[in-house]
Design a protein around this ligand. Structure first.
Ligand SMILES: Nc1ncnc2c1ncn2[C@@H]1O[C@H](COP(=O)(O)OP(=O)(O)OP(=O)(O)O)[C@@H](O)[C@H]1O
Length: 249
């Protein structure tokens, strides 16, 4: 049984359109509890990345509330949203978005230079930034010999581990992963996800993992089919333009 205090994410009556009149997301309700490992699936173009953008405060909805850790981040100023995202959310992007001119270890410690809370979480652990980066990379099975190499010299699987360590450092409350395993084979994917789970479990992170690879969903505590909670995609697939026009008239 959960109550609203245990929800790390609470979306209510969300509507988001990239283009006026063409909603991509229309979600009456979505909640995620602290510590949950949630898989979000949906076909290409169904709005998964758009949903993550709302949760990270990169975009704001035209309607509704996006509560993360109890705050409606859609009401924050852009600067407040940037700060909130840096402090509380670790992202693992599909293309990893590593900084090419920084070494492995510099990429991992980078978020700490602009996320005060994550920096102070780490200060509480009495471990230096470099030591924590090394610990995470070791746990994610990245070879020690790579730590000072430019990230451009790493394989895709190795870059993925660096991206995960960067998201995890400083124990942000929420880890958001956008198709981080799409370039890997099935065995490597599962092994990576299990390492990610172990780290999230130890740190108490909540994990929201987006993918269209249904083979992964049984590994998670819960799976959400975006099409089932998103009325905009139900309209796109079931309503003709005429019936849609009647519905809104
Ligand atoms: N920056 C943008 N500007 C305009 N339209 C966009 C933008 N980003 C996404 N869209 C549109 O929003 C819809 C949902 O896109 P989104 O990237 O959220 O889907 P997705 O489920 O993540 O897809 P994929 O699995 O292919 O990554 C698509 O129709 C897409 O064309």
């Amino acid at each position: 049984m959960t109550d609203s205090r245990s929800h790390i994410i609470e979306l209510s009556a969300i509507e988001f359109s990239w283009k006026a009149g063409l909603p991509v997301l229309d979600i009456p309700e979505l909640t995620v509890s602290r510590g949950e490992k949630v898989f979000v699936r949906g076909p290409s173009g169904s709005g998964k990345t758009t949903l993550l953008g709302l949760l990270g405060g990169v975009i704001t909805p035209q309607r509704g509330q996006v509560k993360v850790l109890g705050s409606d981040i859609s009401r924050f100023s852009p600067v407040q949203r940037d700060r909130f995202r840096a402090d509380h959310i670790g992202f693992i992007f599909q293309m990893f978005n590593l900084i090419p001119y920084l070494s492995v270890i510099e990429n991992v410690t980078l978020p700490l230079s602009f996320a005060k809370e994550r920096k102070s979480n780490l200060a509480g652990s009495a471990r230096s930034e470099q030591d924590e980066a090394r610990r995470l990379l070791k746990h994610l099975e990245l070879d020690d010999s790579l730590l000072h190499r430019p990230v451009t010299e790493l394989s895709i699987g190795q870059q993925q581990r660096v991206a995960a360590a960067r998201a995890l450092i400083g124990k942000p409350d929420l880890i958001i992963a956008d198709e981080p395993t799409s370039a890997l084979d099935t065995d490597t994917r599962e092994a990576f996800i299990n390492l990610l789970f172990a780290e999230c479990q130890a740190a108490g992170n909540t994990l929201l993992f987006v993918s269209h690879d249904q083979g992964l969903e049984t590994l998670f505590d819960r799976s959400i089919a975006l099409n089932e909670i998103n009325r905009a995609s139900q309209c796109r697939t079931t309503a003709t333009p005429v019936s849609k026009a009647m519905e809104v008239a």
